[in-house]
Design a binder for this molecule. Structure first.
Ligand code: ADP
Length: 410
C-alpha cells in the first residue's frame, strides 16, 4: 500500500467516526427535545388540574367532569388518546372514549380506600415502548394525578366533615341553650309559686305563736317553735333560689334606701338567736363605734347577713360560738360586716369556689341547703359594688367578711 493510500484510509476512518459522533449527538438532541416536550405537556396537565380544583373548589363533580380532556393532551399521541375518570360510582369521559387493549390506569385512593380510577387509552395501535405503547413517564404522570386527586378529596372531605361537626355543635349548643332557658323559666315559675304559700305558712305559724303564747305547754311551745324555724329555713331557701335566678337573668332591681346597718344587723341577730340557742351555740354582736348610714337594698342586705349567720350556726358544733362584728372604714366610704364562727372551717381550695352555684364542701352534706346561699350573698354584694370573701382555718374557724359602700354606686 502506498503512503497515499494509507493517508486516504486514515481520513476515511476519521470521517466515519465524526459522522457517527454527529449522529449520536443528533439522537441525544432529539431525545432531549422529546423529554422537554413531555415535561411541558406533563406540567400543562398538572397546572390544568390545579386550576380546575381552584376554580371548582366546592364541586368535585365539576373537577371530574373536566379532568379526562385535560389528561389526553399530556400523552404522546393526543389525537388518538381518550380518557375516563370514575369516582364514587360516577363516571366522566372524553366523547370518543373506548376501553381498548392499549390502556393505562391508576386508582384514586381516599383515606386508604379505593374511591375511583383514571384511565387513558389509545384508540389505535402504536409501536411498543416502556409500558405497551406508553412511556414510563406517562405512567408516572397518571399515578401522580391520581395521588394528587386522592389528597385533594381527602382535604376537601376533612374540611366538610369539620364544617358539619361545627354546625352540629352549634345546633346542639342552641338546643341546649333553649332547654336551659326552658328549665330556668320552669324553675322560676315553680319557685315563684312556692314562695307565696311558704310565706303565708310561716306568717300563720308566727301569728299562732303570738296568739297562743302563755296558753301552751312547754312541749307544744317547742313544737310550734320548731315549725316556725323550719318554715323560715324553707322561706330562705326559696328566696335565695328565686333571687339567684332573677339576678342571673339581670331581672333584679335593687330597692335602695338609707338605713342603719347597726339596726339591720341587730334585727337579724335577734331573730337568729333562737336558732343558735336551740342548737346550744352562742350568737353575739359587737358594734363599738358609731356607724354611718348605708344606702342599699335593706331587705337583701339583711338576708345576706341572715344567710351568713345561718351557715355559721349550721357548721359549728354545739357549745361553739358565732360572733358578728360591724365596723366602718370611713376613708374607703364602706361598712364592713364580719361573721366569725368556731366551726369546722373550709379547705383552702374551696375558699373561692363555695361562692359558686351548688358548690358544697361535702356534696352529701347532712345539713339542709343546696349550695345557693353564698351565691345569693355574692351576687347581692357584687350588685351593690361591694366585696365578699372568706378566711378560714380548717377544723378551727371561718370568717365571712363583706364590705358594702355606704353610698349608692352607679
Ligand atoms: P348551703 O345552702 O348548702 O349551706 P351555701 O352556699 O350557703 O349553701 O354554702 C355552700 C357551702 O359552703 C356549704 O354547703 C358548706 O360546705 C360551706 N360553708 C358555708 N358556710 C360555712 C361555714 N361557716 N363553715 C364551714 N363551711 C361553710
Amino acid at each position: 500500500m502506498t503512503e497515499h493510500d494509507t493517508e486516504l484510509k486514515r481520513l476515511q476512518e476519521q470521517l466515519a467516526q465524526e459522522a457517527a459522533g454527529h449522529k449520536k449527538a443528533e439522537e441525544e438532541k432529539a431525545d432531549l427535545l422529546n423529554n422537554v416536550g413531555l415535561y411541558i405537556k406533563e406540567q400543562n396537565c398538572l397546572y390544568g388540574i390545579a386550576e380546575l380544583v381552584r376554580r371548582y373548589d366546592n364541586s368535585l363533580d365539576e373537577v371530574f367532569k373536566n379532568l379526562p380532556s385535560l389528561l389526553t393532551i399530556a400523552w404522546q399521541y393526543p389525537d388518538i388518546t381518550c380518557a375516563r375518570a370514575v369516582f364514587r360510582g360516577k363516571e366522566s369521559k372524553t366523547s370518543d372514549f373506548k376501553a381498548t387493549q392499549w390502556m393505562q390506569a391508576a386508582d384514586i385512593m381516599v383515606f386508604a380506600e379505593k374511591a375511583g380510577a383514571i384511565e387513558v387509552c389509545y384508540l389505535e395501535e402504536r409501536p411498543p415502548l416502556d409500558d405497551g405503547p406508553f412511556l414510563k413517564e406517562e405512567k408516572r404522570l397518571l399515578e401522580n394525578v391520581a395521588e394528587r386527586l386522592g389528597k385533594i378529596i381527602e382535604h376537601k372531605e376533612t374540611r366538610e366533615a369539620l364544617a358539619r361537626a361545627k354546625k352540629d355543635i352549634e345546633e346542639s349548643y342552641k338546643k341546649l341553650k333553649e332547654l336551659e332557658d326552658l328549665k330556668d323559666s320552669l324553675l322560676h315559675m315553680i319557685i315563684h309559686d312556692l314562695n307565696n304559700p311558704i310565706a303565708a305558712m310561716s306568717g300563720y305559724v308566727e301569728l299562732l305563736k303570738m296568739q297562743l303564747s302563755g296558753n301552751l305547754s312547754e312541749r307544744q311551745n317547742k313544737s310550734l317553735e320548731s315549725a316556725l324555724l323550719a318554715s323560715r329555713q324553707l322561706k330562705r331557701m326559696v328566696e335565695n333560689l328565686l333571687d339567684v335566678n332573677k339576678m342571673e337573668q339581670g331581672n333584679i332591681k335593687l330597692r335602695y334606701e338609707d338605713f342603719s346597718i347597726e339596726d339591720a344587723a341587730s334585727g337579724v341577730v335577734e331573730q337568729m338567736t333562737v336558732i343558735a340557742e336551740r342548737d346550744n351555740k352562742t350568737l353575739s354582736l359587737e358594734i363599738t363605734e358609731k356607724l354611718p348610714e348605708v344606702s342599699a337594698d335593706k331587705e337583701l342586705i339583711k338576708r345576706v347577713i341572715a344567710n351568713l349567720i345561718n351557715n355559721a350556726i349550721k357548721f359549728t358544733p354545739p357549745k361553739g360560738s358565732v360572733h358578728v362584728k360591724v365596723l366602718s372604714d370611713r376613708d374607703a366610704g364602706c361598712v364592713c360586716v364580719r361573721v366569725k364562727d368556731t366551726g369546722r372551717g373550709i379547705p383552702k381550695d374551696y375558699l373561692d369556689k363555695i361562692f359558686n352555684k351548688f358548690v358544697r364542701v361535702e356534696a352529701k352534706e347532712a345539713k339542709t341547703g343546696r349550695g345557693l346561699g353564698l351565691t345569693f350573698c355574692k351576687m347581692t354584694i357584687d350588685a351593690h359594688g361591694g366585696k365578699i370573701w372568706v378566711e378560714s382555718e380548717l377544723e378551727k374557724w371561718s370568717e365571712f367578711i363583706f364590705m358594702l359602700p355606704c353610698n349608692k354606686k352607679g
